[in-house]
Structure formats: structure tokens, C-alpha cells
Ligand binder design. Sequence first.
Ligand code: IPM
Ligand code: MG
Length: 367
Amino acid sequence: MLPAAVRKEYTIAVLPGDGIGPEVTAVALRVLRAVAKAHNFGLVLIEYAVGGEALDRYDEPLPKETLRACKAADAVLLGAIGGPRWDHETGARRCETALLGLRKSLDVYANLRPVQVFEGLADRSPLGMDRVSGADILLVRELTGGIYFGTPRGQKAVGGLRTGTNTMTYREDEVARIARTAFTWARRRRSRVTSVDKANVLEVSQLWRTVVAEVHAAEFPELALDHLYVDNAAMQLILRPRAFDVILTGNLFGDILSDLAATLPGSLGLLPSASVGASVGLFEPVHGSAPDLAGQGRANPMGAVLSAAMMLESLGEGVAAQRIRNGVAACLQEGVATADLGGTASTSTVGEAIIAFTAGLTTAKSQ
Ligand code: IPM
Ligand code: MG
């Protein structure tokens, strides 16, 4: 018998990268293959080099072939980039440049970082169960502008003294489009946006605040909007995490607040992210390459697996994405977890458990 034709086929550029990236990506790919089969869609998963690995093999952290493949794909799934072996590199040879170049080239200006405290895991948070249980935040970080990309930048001698410069700059259209992303997500969630800036000091933040308020008044007046200074937001995030729904912020503040928010579920290893905006989305766990853990089979693959779920969601495979999320939740409920969450399971054991729970849920649903 001929195999049944798949409903749809997606081409995914897979960039495992460095450190624990390849280990957690391998698990995400296994989970993806399992749900694709169960939900009758096809996945063409092709791996490309990026970061330190690409520097070693091709002498550049973002090879042209990798970038071409990413642009031509339906989505990009990335593991992690960088490590101590390449830390001495400078300028365009730094691994981080590859990630920033990829974000800019794909024009993925909206970085979505959901932070949820899973049932049964609240006791993992250093902040204590009472404070974090039930917290459910979507951090919307502007990703292709701000101080990460502003010019002038660089180091030079000024009056005989070495001087470093970066520029935080936002144009009104950049603020308006990321504000729309945040408001649109808030509509699907609990209808509240908290915009985070430093408008008491920075002109760029004053413009940010004005434009966010204008977009709100003109297009989303039914939603609640408040504004916080970033220093206060950091404190409130820890003191009252349940008060937040969608947090809207710029590139640098979003980078900092997303690591801070990881203290809520208790491990950075759980957090996924989606970077979207133009046609091709970039999906990656928040945790980074964690070189001290690499190669030991101890890394938590859940951030990568949940990033793969966000990828399926954005491709229109929402049911399959939900299956994956349910599988991860079931896994956590049963205590199948890596050491960062207090468990003893290996990376691949967690992967197998997620697949088993995902398959079980599929069977239960289809009976
Ligand atoms: C992140 C990371 C990156 C960033 C680094 C690796 C360039 O910290 O995705 O949060 O600063 O954006
Ligand atoms: Mg970061």
C-alpha cells in the first residue's frame, strides 16, 4: 500500500549550533517527527551550521548558505550559539553577530517569550510558591532595533582616552509595529499590556511611551495599558508576577527582563521563544549554549521542544502544537525532569517521555 499523502509539507532550516544546542535540538526534532506523523503533515528538516561550529568549519559564524536556507524555509529552528572557545573573537567573527544578523536579515522584529509557571513546579522557583503560582506572562521584546543595532557604535580614542559608544534609537514606525504585536496578543489573553521603558531619563523612551499610547488609543482602546520604568518593572516582576499579562518592551530591557522572568518557573531551561514579524519565523529556546552542561546529556530539552511547538503554532498547526505543550505538562506533572528542575532524568529520557505522553494524548483524543 502507498503511504497516505501528507496534507501539507513544511521546510524547516534547523540550526543546532553550539553547546547544548545540538542535544536539545535533537530532542525537539524527534518530538516534531512524532507529532507530524500523528497529524499527517510533512516536515523537511535540514540542518545548517551557525555560530562557533560555523566559524570552525566555514570561517564565519553565519555562512551564506545558512542564511540563504533560512530565508527560503518556512521556519527556522535554532538551538544555541556561542561558547568560551570562541569568546576571544571580535567584530563580525563573534558568534552573537550570527544571531543578530539572522534576526535582522529575517526581519523578525517581535520576540515572544512566554513565561508560565507550570502546575506542580511552583516549588522550584527561588521566589516561593505563593508568589509565583498561577503567573502567566507573555514578554514581547522588540528584536531588530534599539541599542543592539543603533549607530554610531564602536570604540575609538577620544582625546587620548579609549571610548566605547552605542546608540539607543527607535523610530516611531518601529515602536508602533511592536506595540501592535503586543496589543494583538493581549486581546487573545487577559487584555492587559504593561509597556516598560526608561522615560524618566531617556528621550528614546519618551517617544516609545508616546507612540505606544497613540497606538493604544487609536486601535486598541478596549485594552488596559499601563507604563512602568524598567527598574520598577524588574522589582514588580518579582514582587507581583501575577499582576502581569503582556509586557511590551525594547530590545535591551527585554533581554534583561526575560532572564529575570525565568526565575518564576525556576529554570531558564523551560523557556521557549518565537521571533516573528516578516514571513519566516525564528524559534529558539531562551537558555543559550550553557557550555558547562554541554555533551553530558543533562540539559533540559523542554525549552527547545516548546519552541518547536511555537513554530508549529505559527505555521498553522495549532492542534499539534497544543499536543506538544500537553505532553510537556504531563511530563512535568509526572516528575520526569532534568536536574535544573530537581529531577534525575537525562535529556533523551525527557524527550522519550514527552513523545510518549504526546502520543498517549493523541490516542486518547482520537478514540
Ligand atoms: C537572548 C540572548 C542574545 C541577546 C545574545 C546571545 C546575543 O541573550 O536571546 O536573550 O542578547 O539577544
Ligand atoms: Mg538574553
